[in-house]
Write a protein of this length. Sequence first.
Length: 212
Amino acid sequence: MKQYNNVTIMNHPMIQHKLTILRDKNTGVKEFRELVEELAMLMGYEVTRNLTVEEVEIETPVSKTKSKVIAGKKLGIVPILRAGLGMVDGMLKLIPAAKVGHIGLYRDPETLQPVEYYCKLPSDVAERDLIVLDPMLATGGSAVAAIQFLKDRGAKSIKLVNIIAAPEGVKAVAEAHPDVEIYVAAVDEKLNDHGYIVPGLGDAGDRLFGTK
């Protein structure tokens, strides 16, 4: 895969361990949900690494001291429906004050282009650092469209977080939105003829919600 400056692949041992269990076809719905949530929280640690901090004065039980708190822009979490919902709680455990928006997309059967069917965002989206969530980055069509929808509504700072990506999806997002940082736990081999990531983990939405 071509290297892009805005792509971060997380190789932390805990992330890779949980990802292996997530991929296993024998992992049930309950454990799958828990793993997606845990991975989102672990990945969020890296996604928020460069948040701006400022120094404040507090008083401990022993003495006064100066310490750091997060400063700068507020955060927003935007899952792409429906699979992105599985990552929300994990992110909120790390950044509980973040507001949550939602974007729903479907693919037009004739044009094959993503169509927005639902979008509800914080009113101050232009002032927030947004984190877009979707477990799988396959063709990249939905992610490219969702990011554009956010930009059309005034968003200026956007990061994309996926658990597994295909090279085709990374390429599509990196070329359409070079200003957007992409965070993934793994970039797999390819897409198959049905648009599934290989080896991937199947359909993330179906495995999260127990549907087929």
